[in-house]
Design a binder for this molecule. Structure first.
Ligand code: TLP
Length: 356
């Protein structure tokens, strides 16, 4: 994407901080401009209705509700599944725990207990080991949350068998399951497993349109008709009832129909990036472990935040996700040529900062 630096000069910035930085394409803007709209709080926006129905269909669920963000979708799920004082189990690096500003406690009065995963993934046996007997001392455990793909796990994909194992244990103990599938589209493209085959194990699923799919705004929460009706009430409570939201829903619908298959390109670009990064001194990663559009690497020597700032000045944007951890995410705004150019800039920057 081309951005203006210092007001006058236009320079190409290769922005790999996140797949949330994508800009709507001309065709997508066309679909948004032409969208038929109405007041969605009255249930009268035909485009929002179409998006919700199509999302539910893809996920094999009865219903879905359109929401402004992935965070709201996750938090509505927690609110709808739990009562204040209940416990939610999630992996220690899950977005719900790590990046949602303490929302389960603030908005639902829920307490989170964390399981330690391997790149975000744990087993049915891990869940079984974490469960406690009913006892007056313990908060009642109500919900288990998984994340597929797992963001901080480096875009790792939950194997279907592992999900089934966790689901079996959850069912045996009367627990509900929520999937943070912000990047479920990436998991499906990487494995060929349809979204609904993942979704069938969960009572609720969050999917995002504004990450790899490239829509400007929006996510959806899917589940049974009864569950979605309850979530809709909490969406209103939180101020997430939008009016002529068909304008943005049209971007999401366009993304759903036209940008899913192309995620494979992002995965190829991420793999190229990972393989080339692995050859650079001071960079530590195992390229084989990255299956989707997220690459995470350890940087030796330079603090990640400092290096990322230096790199930014050189025209490549990455995200420091820990003192020595850096994340790069590929998306529809970066081409294979951009990846090659970014690698040259990264190489040069590492050399200048004492690596050669
Ligand atoms: N993730 C963002 C940041 O919040 C870290 C990113 O750049 O990756 N679930 C997952 C797995 C996510 O990665 C994100 C966003 C969300 C939920 C929340 O979505 P939004 O940003 O729409 O609230």
């Amino acid at each position: 994407m081309t951005q203006t630096i210092s007001g006058t000069q236009a320079r190409r910035i290769i922005d790999l901080r996140s797949d949330t930085v994508t800009l709507p394409t001309a065709e997508m803007r066309g679909a948004m401009a032409a969208a038929e709209v109405g007041d969605d709080v009255f249930g009268e926006d035909p485009t929002v209705r179409r998006l919700e129905a199509r999302t539910a269909e893809i996920l094999g669920k009865e219903a879905a509700v359109f929401v402004p963000s992935g965070t709201m979708a996750n938090q509505l799920a927690i609110r709808a599944h739990t009562e204040p004082g209940d416990e939610v189990l999630a992996e220690a690096n899950a977005h719900i725990v790590y990046y949602e500003a303490g929302a389960p406690a603030a908005l639902s009065g829920a307490t989170c207990r964390c399981l330690t995963g391997r790149r975000g993934i744990f087993s049915g046996a891990d869940l079984e080991a974490a469960l406690r007997p009913a006892d007056i001392h313990f908060p009642p455990t109500r919900l288990v949350c998984l994340e597929n793909t797992h963001n901080r796990g480096g875009g790792s994909v939950w194997p279907l068998t592992e999900i089934a194992g966790v689901a079996t244990v959850a069912r045996q103990h009367g627990l509900r399951l929520h999937l943070d599938g912000a990047r479920l589209w990436n998991a499906s493209v990487a494995t060929g497993v349809p979204e609904r085959a993942y979704a069938t194990h969960f009572e609720s699923v969050n999917v995002c349109f504004s990450k790899g799919l490239g829509a400007p705004v929006g996510s959806a929460l899917a589940g049974s008709a009864e569950f979605v009706a309850r979530a809709r009430r909490f969406r209103k409570q939180l101020g997430g009832g939008m009016r002529q939201a068909g304008i943005i829903a049209a971007g999401a619908l366009f993304a759903l129909e036209h940008h899913r298959a192309r995620l494979a390109e992002d995965h190829v670009n991420a793999q190229t990036l990972a393989r080339r990064l692995a050859t650079l001194p001071g960079v530590e990663l195992d390229p084989a472990s990255f299956e989707t559009n997220i690459v995470v690497f350890r940087l030796d020597g330079v603090p990640a935040r400092d290096w990322v700032r230096i790199l930014d000045d050189a025209g490549v944007r990455l995200l420091a996700t820990g003192p020595n951890l850096v994340r790069a995410v590929t998306h529809l705004g970066v081409s294979a040529t951009d990846i090659a150019a970014a690698l040259e800039i990264i190489k040069d920057s590492l050399r200048r900062n004492g690596r050669s």
